[in-house]
Design a protein around this ligand. Structure first.
Ligand SMILES: Nc1ncnc2c1ncn2[C@@H]1O[C@H](COP(=O)(O)OP(=O)(O)OP(=O)(O)O)[C@@H](O)[C@H]1O
Ligand SMILES: [Mg+2]
Length: 298
């Protein structure tokens, strides 16, 4: 491993790149497995920024790996190993990618994002102010920004191939994945959220909202896939300073979004670079989230 070396894009000789996402490069390993390589890219408002975030790929990989293990009793998942020396030689020889690679079971991804919201912020807060409900689910009147919801809400979205994901109601969600799978994804997402929130609360963190992905593996099992409860896929707040009625101090990309909001940028590519101080502060926040959650030094 070469600490401090930033990774923007990977090219692994001998492996077929099947997808370059906003953050991860996905390679086909064999019929049953994929390699996910987490780069140091960061996206905001669905655009990849030109600035890399030091250590981000490693932090994301370690946080997801931690949660897959922690959530094992609630849901099976796709992770085979994050230990590069235990991977096939064609991967293991790329030592500079140690810490940021996950060998996973290949699945057919359900084309939906399983969003769970425990608190009112972001697009949910905007929608509530306009309509009094979130994704068609009516809420009590008089809630403030970042208020805790009476109970966590499952608010699915489509996984748009390009552009922004779109919120969908439960009927549309059922049409896309089928009734039985819909009920399984909904109840499993809520159970994961409840378990993880209780765990995080003990560590002084609030999980305000998050997004899960699921897929079906070659044996027909439904697995939790992708990344889990990371600062890229979730809003993490500091429980100690939490106070509804305003935006919260967070351990996620909110800091980057807030910086970008100060610029005269229309949120279409190309995205502007981040000042070094904002990038460094983002690294710090991601590492802090990892350390708080896992009680481990990064
Ligand atoms: N076990 C798995 N089987 C198949 N695909 C997976 C698995 N785990 C993750 N993926 C996919 O790998 C990709 C990870 O890349 P990344 O998160 O950077 O993409 P993204 O920019 O969020 O974009 P998108 O999800 O729109 O492709 C995602 O498309 C995700 O759905
Ligand atoms: Mg993604």
């Amino acid at each position: 491993m070469n600490p401090g070396l930033q990774v923007s894009e990977t090219h692994l000789p001998g492996l077929e790149l099947v997808h370059r996402g906003k953050v991860r490069d996905v390679y086909r390993v064999d019929q049953n497995s994929l390699l996910l390589v987490a780069s140091d890219r960061i996206s905001a408002f669905d655009c990849i920024l030109p600035t890399l975030i030091d250590r981000k790929g490693e932090v994301l990989t370690r946080i997801s790996s931690f949660w897959f293990n922690e959530l094992r009793a609630i849901t099976p998942n796709h992770l085979i190993t994050t230990d590069i020396s235990a991977m096939p030689e064609i991967i293991a020889q790329n030592r500079d990618l140690a810490g940021r690679t996950s060998l996973v079971k290949k699945t057919e991804v359900f084309p939906v994002e399983c969003v769970v919201r425990g608190y009112l912020e972001g697009s949910g807060w905007k929608e509530y102010q306009a309509t009094g409900s979130v994704c068609g689910q009516l809420l009590p009147a008089g809630l403030k920004q970042c208020d805790r919801l009476p109970e966590p809400l499952f608010t699915p979205a489509t996984k748009a191939a390009t552009g922004h994901d779109e919120n969908i109601d439960l009927a549309t969600f059922r049409e896309i994945v089928g009734d039985e799978t819909a009920e399984y994804l909904r109840s499993t997402s809520l159970r994961i959220f409840e378990h993880a929130s209780a765990y995080a609360a003990q560590k002084g963190l609030i999980i305000a909202d998050t997004k899960f992905e699921f897929g079906r593996d070659n044996d027909g099992s439904i697995l939790l896939i992708d990344e889990v409860l990371t600062p890229d896929s979730s809003r993490f707040w500091d429980a100690e300073t939490y106070s509804p009625g305003r935006a919260q101090a967070s351990f996620d990309k909110q800091f980057v979004r807030e910086y970008l909001e100060t610029l005269d940028w229309d949120k279409t590519p190309p995205a502007p670079p981040l000042p070094a101080s904002v990038a460094a502060a983002t690294t710090e926040r991601y590492i802090r989230a990892f350390e708080l959650l896992t009680c481990t030094r990064f």
